[in-house]
Design a binder for this molecule. Structure first.
Ligand code: F6P
Length: 342
């Protein structure tokens, strides 16, 4: 067989591990793999790179993606989907593996439905908000980075008797904020799933002050809402219609300082959460996903997405992964995270 592979959307640690696994398993089966560059831009503009077994050495531990990535939406490019069909034919491909989040897999779903393309998806996102899989790879690495950063914030915040507001990624889902906040011992966590009143945070900071703890750590997801107001960086939207978020940490820190009189600083972790090498958990998950995707292709099972169900790798219709976002399990927030607020 001849198989194409692309990585789309925001990069995430573990993408290279998937590429390595797909290439290795496919080679064992006597198949050839070629890479499309820069997400969906690759098959639209026929930008490819060969992926021989030799090209995968040392890929397992490398962050980012050797195929590069973009947020190109073929359905927003004149003749985009048709060009993809033509270029898959021109490269004599039997199948395409798309590694991505809701947007990349959403396009894969449409291409499979509209043109009958032989596509298999591998779910990735540090946000962990793809449905039908318990976890996406990249999330564990992001949470580990956030945890280490919060640990560091504790010592500087305590030395200066400051409140530190730590803004983490998560547009619509508070998985990173909640897991990172629990692991890092945050005194309050704000997630997009629950609008927070400023008073709730101020009460926590003041209560801690009364107890003699003159510093606090507040973790906030970039998409969290303060009394129902969403903080947008600009009115611009990307090719998939997502507004550019950010700024909640800074805004919150000014309000906390005003209301509590405590010196407050905001720290935005931003893309640090997506950089560097994957954790062992993400390397293993990405490898299992890559092997499973290659198996699906060789069994001619298309229109499917590999997924983690408990401890097992399964496959589900792509639609099941992209139909709706998997928002935070609020019982984790209400029954665990909140126990440690204050
Ligand atoms: O989709 C993953 C993600 O990291 C989000 O958490 C974040 O809002 C977004 O990507 C940032 O996108 P960009 O890399 O385009 O700034």
């Amino acid at each position: 067989m001849r198989i194409g592979i692309l990585t789309g959307g925001g990069d995430c640690p573990g993408l290279n591990a998937v590429i390595r696994a797909v290439v290795t398993r496919s080679h064992e089966k006597g198949s050839e793999v070629i890479g499309f560059m820069e997400g969906w831009r690759g098959p639209i503009e026929n930008k490819t790179m060969p992926l021989a077994l030799d090209d995968t050495y040392n890929l397992l531990q490398q962050g980012g993606t050797i195929l590069k990535t973009s947020r190109t939406n073929p359905y927003k490019v004149e003749g985009g989907p048709q060009k993809i069909v033509e270029n898959l034919k021109a490269n004599k491909l039997d199948a395409l593996i798309a590694v991505g989040g809701e947007d990349t897999c959403g396009v894969a779903f449409k291409l499979n439905k509209d043109f009958g393309l032989n596509i298999v998806c591998v779910p990735k996102t540090i946000d962990n908000d793809l449905d039908a899989t318990d976890f996406t790879f990249g999330f564990d690495t992001a949470v580990s980075i956030v945890t280490e950063c919060i640990d560091r914030l504790h010592t500087t915040a305590e030395s200066h008797d400051r409140v530190l507001v730590c803004e983490v990624m998560g547009r619509h889902a508070g998985w990173i904020a909640c897991y990172g906040g629990i692991a890092g011992g945050a005194h309050f966590i704000m997630v997009p799933e629950k609008a927070t009143a400023l008073k709730d945070i101020v009460d926590v900071v003041n209560k801690r002050k009364k107890q003699g703890h003159r510093y606090s750590i507040i973790v906030v997801a970039e998409g969290a809402k303060l009394q129902d107001e969403e903080v947008l960086k600009s009115q611009e939207v990307d090719a998939f219609g997502h507004v550019i978020l950010g700024g909640i940490g800074e805004r919150l820190s000014k309000l906390i300082e005003k209301e509590t009189g405590c010196e407050t600083r905001a720290v935005v972790l931003g893309h640090i959460q997506r950089g560097g090498s994957p954790t062992a958990f993400d390397r293993v998950l990405a490898t299992r996903f890559g092997v499973a995707a290659a198996e699906l292709v060789h069994s001619n099972k298309f229109g499917r997405m590999v997924a983690l169900n408990g401890s097992q790798i399964v496959d589900v219709p792509i639609e099941a992964g992209v139909g709706k976002l998997k928002t935070l399990d609020m019982s984790l927030y209400n029954k665990v995270a909140e126990v440690f607020f204050g």
